[in-house]
Design a protein around this ligand. Sequence first.
Ligand code: ATP
Length: 446
Amino acid sequence: MSLSIEEMASFCKRKGLVYNSAEIYGGMAGFFDYGPYGVELKKNILNEWWKYMVSSRQDIVGMDGAIISPEAVWKASGHAENFSDLMLVTEDKSYEVRADVFLEEQLKRSFDGVSAEEVNKLVEEHKLVAPNKKKFKKCESFNLMFPLKVGAAGTAAYLRGETTQMIYLNFSLIQNDARMKLPFGIAQTGKAFRNEISPRNFLFRCREFEQMEMQFFIKHGDNKKWFKFWQAERKAWYLSLGIKEKNLRYRAHNKDELAHYAKQAEDIEYNFPFGWKEIEGVHDRGNWDLSTHMKHSKQKLDYYDEETKERIIPNIIETSAGVDRNFLMFLYDAYDDDKERGNIVLHLHPKLAPIKVAILPLVKKVGLKEKAEEIFNSLKMNMVCFYDDSGSIGRRYARMDEIGTPYCITIDFESLTDNSVTIRNRDSREQKRVKIADLVSALDLS
Ligand code: ATP
């Protein structure tokens, strides 16, 4: 039986991966804190993405934009007006829920892109009521942006609802300063905020979350070619980090579901225990974003095409992934309740594992501790190490399996004379004897 989302949340809490934010004050739905091993895993996901999408490519550069921006940005992008979901609220306001999520749970099929009229009709037809048996009012639209006031003057602003707008605003500066020629991309990772109506499924739907987004600027007409290219690349990235292919699929948005600016959109979905769900979107946004910001800001965000000697507004293919949903997916894909071992094993790709190697003196005896510390100090600048000398060696191996540490190094009395240690492999449980001098090359983290 697969692990429920509640069991996953409790595993994450127990293992120092993720906590409910502000739990000692009762917490707040949709906000989470990452613990000591969670922060490492999350950083590794972000680093691997950055390496693949930015550092290893000559045609993509990065940036890091502000989280708060003036109202004008979000008016131009359409978010202030249109970034909303349909909500069902009971007449006495005792229960509220996102309409498509509620219908999916009740009627066991997808309602992506459903209209307000359809929701009202379905609620009536199926006599749907809230879990507390109260009746719903007519379905209403709820804006997901977090407005705020800046400074003593109380200037209207928003927390960003997606990271990508900052990329459009800086398009011309970056294109000029980094001397980029079409086709090229600008990438960014960082926090985004949405006042979700029904935050649920743990990290899957939060109100504060992190995105990894890349906007690829192209000439009009090249859209199909680059859409296909980025679809293949993004899937390849997940597979390269060990996600099982049978658990991934692409799903095209239907016409009703397409965002107002989008020409084509496909979601990469993962087979979670609560169904196939989006972890990333690949979108053809046409030239809508740059055009709208040009119109509203009255500044130039176009590009001089040296071939045709014309100024053009580039089209955009976007890849937009959520870090927290990725985190949850990598955990699910790696999770294995190994009955034979009697403990959980996270078969995380070594590049993602929070700790790469555990250093375990067999017993707490003089000599072994010093040797183990010597090894810790020699490896610590190369990889994240963990020192543990408490409990039986079996218990210590199990603790490392449970947070996905690929290697354990055991230091025994022989190590003091032969300068060798035992390396234990997390997945095969094989043990091999290695000279301390050869340790770095013996630990394969690729
Ligand atoms: P959904 O339909 O599930 O609300 P979306 O289509 O609105 O998602 P996008 O706007 O395309 O999502 O955002 C890109 C990515 O950001 C998503 O694929 C997802 O991984 C992540 N994301 C979006 N909303 C949330 C959220 N509330 N919590 C966690 N991650 C999110």
